[in-house]
Design a protein around this ligand. Structure first.
Ligand code: NAD
Ligand code: DAU
Length: 354
């Protein structure tokens, strides 16, 4: 049996592929366009493995998707492929519509025709799992209860609107055509292979390079952090036992204000790799112009996934962030390859005028 993973060279996708091969021993066909966010080096440990086939392609390339589904007798599709960074969606929303909406539509439609040709037992067992985000639910007030699967969709950024649109397409392909879909809506991930445009890896690397730690606005925006390997385990569990047509919220019960997150990173670095001048890394914190339309708070109620499928996160924020900081200290070669070229242009675009 083989599964098709899309976006498997990105942050969560590559963690998922590594975790899948190690935990299940089942083969993966990994389709990834290798945008700036895709990095085959994340999968270097699978080089030569018969359990991993890498194909550079776009999820919107219907011919390639159609061929791969049939050639490898795919039994499930796990769709990570997306443009994922909110700030980039503000600077240029076009790619987000193209990949997250049009690309998901094309992938879904190819999955539907393939599924329609399968014999009955294989049709019954086929799954299309769509990986989505808590951002589709909008922004919470300080005392609001955490997002449940029944919350209305209220996306506020071009990124979250494009993900919301893709979730609706997935839902419709189930209700209209019967495609056996599952959707997961997860909170903020962090951990190994996280591209350093996002808050946590950006601040770890800026701290180590004597650069400012840019905090948007007042730094009191709240995110609910989940260690990436816990997200991978949740997806494995939903794929195995989730009820077709259902959505599952995934989160770590770890709500933190951004300033608290950055201070936690600084304290761990003070301990593991003190600054040469003896000052605390927190001295590098700098408040900069806020993100337009910045959502104030996200929080996930993951009780459905816990109750119905028995999943629970295994890391707390404290254990996960320590492992993450250590990973960046240990993987300097990976860091230097991802922080060259295009990456520098992005840093100028996003931070140059703040
Ligand atoms: P990422 O940006 O690190 O990786 C995205 C991957 O998709 C890259 O490898 C990229 O090359 C690939 N890709 C982009 N466009 C493609 C296309 N048209 N065809 C094929 N491949 C394409 O993203 P991530 O943080 O790993 O997120 C993965 C998924 O999880 C996304 O769908 C995102 O919306 C969702 N998600 C992310 C988080 C988070 O905190 N990072 C939380 C919840 C949900
Ligand atoms: O909630 C899930 C989402 O989490 C995913 O769907 C997205 O793909 C993922 O990128 C992430 O979105 P955020 O916008 O929450 O993540 P980011 O790391 O960009 O920002 C986290 C918080 O930190 C947010 O409130 C903005 C703030 N921030 C971010 C950067 C890059 C700063 O204050 N300074 C920064 O330089």
């Amino acid at each position: 049996m083989t599964i098709l993973v899309t976006g498997g060279a990105g942050f969560i996708g590559s963690n998922f592929v590594l975790d899948w091969v190690a935990e299940t021993g089942e083969a993966v066909v990994n389709l990834d366009k290798l945008t700036y966010a895709g990095n085959p080096a994340n999968l270097a440990s699978l080089e030569g493995s018969p359990l991993h086939v890498f194909v550079r392609a776009d999820i919107g390339d219907s011919d390639t998707v159609a061929k791969l589904l049939r050639k490898y007798n795919i039994r499930a599709v796990v769709n990570f492929a997306a443009e994922s960074h909110v700030d980039r969606s503000i600077h240029g929303p076009g790619e987000f519509i193209q990949t997250n909406v049009v690309g998901t539509f094309r992938l879904l439609d190819e999955a539907r025709s393939y599924w329609g040709e399968l014999p009955h037992d294989k049709q019954r067992d086929f799954r299309f799992l769509h990986v989505s985000t808590d951002e589709v639910y909008g922004s919470l007030k300080p005392l609001d209860p955490a997002f449940k699967e029944t919350n209305p969709y209220e996306p506020n950024s071009p990124y979250s609107a494009s993900k919301a649109a893709s979730d609706h397409l997935v839902r419709a392909w189930h209700h209209t055509y019967g495609l056996p879909v599952l959707t997961t809506n997860c909170s903020n991930n962090y951990g190994p292979y996280h591209f350093p445009e996002k808050l946590i890896p950006l601040c770890i690397l800026n701290a180590l390079n004597d650069k400012p730690l840019p905090i948007y606005g007042d730094g009191q925006q709240v995110r609910d952090w989940l260690y990436v390997k816990d997200h991978c385990a949740a997806i494995r569990r939903v794929l195995e036992a989730g009820e077709v047509g259902e959505t599952y919220n995934v989160g770590g019960w770890n709500e933190k204000a951004n300033l608290e997150v950055v201070n936690a990173i600084c304290s761990i670095l003070d301990e593991l790799k003190p600054r040469r001048d003896g000052k605390p890394y927190a001295a590098q914190i700098t408040f900069v112009t806020d993100r337009p339309g910045h959502d104030r708070r996200y929080a996930i109620d993951a009780s459905k996934l816990e109750r119905e499928l028995g999943w629970k996160p295994s890391e707390t924020f404290e254990t996960g962030i320590r492992k993450t900081v250590q990973w960046y200290l240990d993987n300097t070669e990976w860091v230097s390859t991802v922080t060259s070229g295009e990456y520098r242009k992005w840093i100028d675009t996003n931070y140059g005028s703040r």
